[in-house]
Write a protein that binds this ligand. Structure first.
Ligand code: ADP
Length: 932
């Protein structure tokens, strides 16, 4: 690989730039201790066809770096590991923030000056999107409305601090960086591995693989990073080596289960005063607290929002006016409905914010500077007479995307058009309306910190119990926040493993930057997992674990607080760099915290921060520094806490040198901290980042992958022909194959009914509703279908039905994945090829053929205990299977609506004799005849 000096960069701004191996590392050289991998979201950037600048394809897998990373070029500080010389002053922090952010005043003047930046209303946007061809829409968007200087300013943003030792100079921004072949990446050289489980990880896997990491089997222990959708088991945590990272803490569910979260916050309300923790709607756990709910309802009245305790994506949520509308015995949480939400152009919205916690003791909380704002499709009706309409009251994307009025924006550089905005666009809109956005963000930060404080004790003690090393675990939480009309933020829920699925270019842009920054923040050590000397033997790990637990007890015991420790607290306050009195362990912790802060990229550290001690010390146990969760220690005065030893105090003292001043002076309302300005910046002009065409969509369904490709159309026809021939010869699809085909077909229907406003689509939605009602009981996991209210418009009704079909499919797919197909060992090549590129009509044709072969019993619906049949009239239409003509479109949908249990079928199945007269099977077909 060609290496260029930074001088060369400055001289030749139009050349492509190769990056050195060290450009993909942070904090040291390849193989040295403390070095971590460095991730850039730009590796996902693909060649932009519209761009006439030549690009250098340096890799076989087509990875490109365009002008810049969406969150700024990555400028590295190579001395991050130097503990003594890297003091992290507030001034440095903030000047860095200002450097890497757009100037706040600039944002304001744009808003005031650039009229074109006015927020288009959702309806205006709707017209825009409908009336303009895509290209024009792009022109009318942010890029055209922003002065070029702003984009330039944005391009100067650096992901990391620029302390004058940057390898990449500013001029690199004008260059096209050539991403090396993944084999030449340090991660590939060091054989760094990752594994994923039960999570939406397409984007993550792309990112990791592009950086040279390889994935390993889910049961492998040789991994550097494990990313799972669920909590890892305790024995996995216990056996972690120091270089391994896992994306969950033990007992994180204390935060992420709706019922647990509320109980933890309620406990803090009791201990620390309700007014200090008054940011979560009053909640009751059913059925246990039904009586309490009823008596509270008597005083404060509804409406109430009913949610399953451990669900997401708006599944199973409904709103009621009175508790007696909630089915008795249901195990749900019922929360006070916030019925006066802040509206934007008449629409309700909520925020999705990303928060990364890298340690619970000391507590290290980072909030991502960019988030998403999700809008309900239907305008809000304040009268509470339309509580039955989820597209008005719930802002989940997974609900609203099925509404035909939902606007999805195809241009990644537009942040404020349609029903999904960025946080920064939303804040600029509010500021434009005269709201104090700094105060809003400050109270949102407060909600985030306090909700985490309320669960810290349990998670911190579980971590000491199960996690051997300080840096093993991290967690990226998705905070859902609703803002009411007084601009008060309400915490709705905290998501474990927030969705990293990308349904729009804006998603890809934001989430790829978020992921790269998360990986950098966490720090994946550049260590080969197979290098035995780097991995501690199991016995040593358990010793380490015991020491952590013992250390925790020591901290809890006041008699073990030596005078040395007391001395440290009082003497070091004025000088955060005086480490002479610290133990080796304390020095290590401070060093890690400082190094991590330097890798924070787009994250804003909100605890510890300039003002966090002043705000939150009162909630911390004066001895352990862990939040107080019982009443016995509340009498201890603050002065005692200053003289105590604890990790939170240690970190505040040693990473925030103005700590003493901040705490003692207590000047109640100074200017809002600089960091609050970061949330309002404008996203930099973006690189076109795409995943492969079908990987982005949650429900891309068939046809997406090869749409427009003539070849695939032909392949599809051939595959369908062969498959149909097979079926006509009496070859049965396996259970899995028929379920997959059927699932795919329903996905096509879902897409169709949610994207169209035609009368036919409303009729089809009704047929689907009938079908769902009849078959929902056949799922192993109970799923109840609710009939949309009669007064709903056709569009709203179709959206509600589509959402239910989506939820049905979610379970159906899961159950298909679990079904054992021991009837087939080899893959049916025709089937795979067919499924890869089939259209709705193709799927329908094959399914009808399958139904006829099976004698109208649907192998894809129901199970052995409750078999269902799709009652196709035998005489007139059975000829279709023999006929060369395609069957009538949407015929299957009509039959499905009348699916019945086998015992109550109306028509006699056709005789299965015809197969004997068929010609011999073509060679190579993997077929097995099922004995009937
Ligand atoms: P899920 O995890 O299923 O998405 P949420 O708690 O996030 O459930 O709620 C889904 C939607 O319901 C949110 O987007 C929000 O618009 C609405 N919502 C939830 N709780 C309330 C509430 N207490 N008051 C008003 N709206 C709420």
């Amino acid at each position: 690989m060609k290496v260029k000096s930074s001088d060369a960069n400055i001289q030749s701004s139009d050349e492509n730039e190769d990056l050195d191996v060290s450009d993909w590392l942070w904090g040291g050289s390849l193989g040295s201790k403390g070095t971590v991998l460095f991730f850039r979201s730009c590796v996902l950037a693909s060649k932009d066809d519209d761009d006439d600048t030549p690009q250098t394809d340096s890799s076989s897998n087509g990875i490109y770096e365009d002008m810049m990373d969406p969150f700024g070029p990555s400028v590295c500080d190579w001395d991050s590991d130097d503990f003594d010389t890297n003091s992290e002053t507030d001034a440095e922090q903030e000047s860095e923030n200002v450097k890497r952010k757009r100037d706040f005043k600039g944002v304001l003047s744009d808003i005031n000056g650039a009229k074109t930046l006015n927020m288009p209303s959702i309806h205006k946007a709707s017209r825009l999107v409908q009336n303009l061809p895509k290209k024009k829409l792009g022109m009318s968007s942010k890029s055209s409305s922003l002065p070029s200087s702003i984009n330039h300013l944005e391009s100067e943003k650096s992901a990391f601090s620029a302390n004058g030792k940057n390898k990449m100079s500013k001029s690199l921004d004008q260059k096209r960086i050539v991403v090396p072949d993944r084999k030449k990446m340090p991660a590939a050289m060091l054989n760094i591995k990752y594994k994923t489980a039960m999570a939406e990880t397409k984007l993550l896997s792309k990112m990791l693989q592009a950086h040279g990491l390889t994935d390993v089997e889910s049961n492998s222990k040789d991994f550097n990073l494990m990313w799972s959708g669920l909590h890892p088991k305790p024995d996995i945590l216990r056996s972690l080596a120091s270089h391994q990272r896992v994306n969950h803490f033990p007992r994180s569910y204390e935060l992420t289960r709706k019922d647990k979260l509320f109980k933890n916050i309620e406990k803090m309300q009791y201990i620390c005063g309700t007014k200090n923790f008054d940011f979560i709607p009053l909640t009751f756990i059913m059925p246990v607290e039904y009586k309490e709910l009823s008596s509270v309802h008597y005083r404060i009245k509804g409406p109430w929002i009913v949610k399953p305790a451990a669900s997401s994506r708006g599944r199973g949520i409904y709103i009621v006016n009175t508790p007696d509308q909630i089915p008795k015995g249901e195990s749900v949480v019922v929360a006070k409905y916030i019925d006066k939400p802040l509206l934007v152009d008449g629409h309700k919205c909520d925020l999705r914010l990303y928060v990364c916690v890298t340690s619970f003791d000391p507590l290290l909380i980072y909030m991502y500077e960019e988030g998403l704002v999700r809008f309900a499709t239907v305008k809000y009706d304040k009268s509470n007479k339309t509580l039955w309409n989820p597209c008005m009251h719930l802002c989940n994307y997974s609900i609203n995307k099925y509404h035909s009025d939902y606007i999805k924006c195809d241009d990644p550089s537009i942040e404020n058009v349609g029903h999904k905005w960025t946080l920064s666009a939303f804040l600029r809109h509010l500021r434009n309306q005269g709201h104090d956005t700094a105060a809003l963000m400050s109270s949102i930060e407060d909600v985030v910190v306090k909700s985490i404080l309320s669960c810290t004790q349990s998670i911190a003690s579980a971590s000491r119990m199960f996690v051997p090393y300080f840096s093993n675990c991290f967690e990226l939480y998705g905070f859902d926040i609703l803002i009411d009309e007084t601009l008060k933020p309400w915490l709705l829920e905290i998501n474990l493993s927030p969705s990293l699925g990308c349904d729009s270019p804006l998603d890809v842009r934001l989430k790829s930057a978020l992921l790269a920054d998360t990986l950098n923040l966490v720090g994946i050590p550049a260590i080969d997992p197979c290098a035995k000397n780097e991995t501690l033997p199991r016995a040593c790990r358990s010793v380490n674990l015991k020491m952590r637990i013992k250390g925790c007890r020591r901290v809890h015991s006041a008699e073990n607080m030596t005078s040395k420790k007391r001395g440290f607290s009082s003497s070091s306050g004025s000088n955060g760099n005086d480490v002479s009195s610290l133990s080796n362990e304390e020095i290590r912790v401070v060093k890690l915290v400082k190094a991590q802060y330097k890798r924070r990229g787009g994250f804003v550290r909100i605890f510890p921060s300039q003002d966090s001690w002043k705000k939150y010390a009162q909630y911390l146990d004066p001895i352990t520094g862990v939040p107080v969760c019982n009443l016995s220690v509340r009498n201890v005065t603050q002065s005692t806490s200053l003289g105590s030893h604890n990790y939170n105090l240690l970190v505040h003292t040693h990473v925030l040198p103005n700590f003493d001043q901040t705490f003692v002076s207590n000047n109640s309302q100074s200017d809002p901290p600089e960091r609050l300005k970061r949330y309002e910046r404008i996203l930099p002009a973006c690189t076109k980042i795409t995943l492969d065409s079908n990987s982005e969509s949650e429900h891309s369904g068939p046809n997406v992958r090869n749409s427009g490709s003539r070849k695939s159309h032909l392949d599809s026809k051939i595959a369908k022909y062969h498959l149909k021939q097979q079926i006509q010869r009496g070859v049965h699809l396996t259970l899995c194959e028929s379920r997959r085909t059927f699932g795919m077909f329903l996905m096509c229907v879902l897409k169709r009914i949610s994207n169209s406003t035609s009368e036919q689509s409303a009729q089809h939605a009704d047929l689907i509703l009938r079908f769902l009602k009849k078959v929902s009981h056949t799922l192993k996991m109970p799923y109840t279908i609710k009939t949309p209210a009669q007064k709903m418009s056709d569009k709203d009704k179709a959206a509600v039905i589509a959402k239910q079909l989506n939820d049905f499919l979610h379970i159906y797919h899961r159950e298909t994945d679990m079904c054992n197909d021991d009837s087939v060992n080899e893959q049916n090549a025709n089937f795979s090829q067919f499924l890869y590129c089939a259209s709705e009509a193709d799927l329908e044709e094959i399914l009808l053929a399958v139904l006829r072969l099976e004698g109208n019993v649907a192998p894809f619906i129901g199970d052995r205990t409750s078999p269902m049949c799709v009652d196709i009239p035998p005489s007139s239409s059975s000829s279709n299977v023999q006929s060369k003509d395609a069957p009538l479109r949407h015929q299957l949908l009509r039959y499905l609506a009348y699916v019945t249990p086998v015992h109550s079928r109306r028509f006699k199945p056709p005789s299965p004799e015809r197969s004997s007269s068929l010609p011999p099977l073509p060679i190579g077909c993997n077929e097995k005849k099922k004995s009937k």
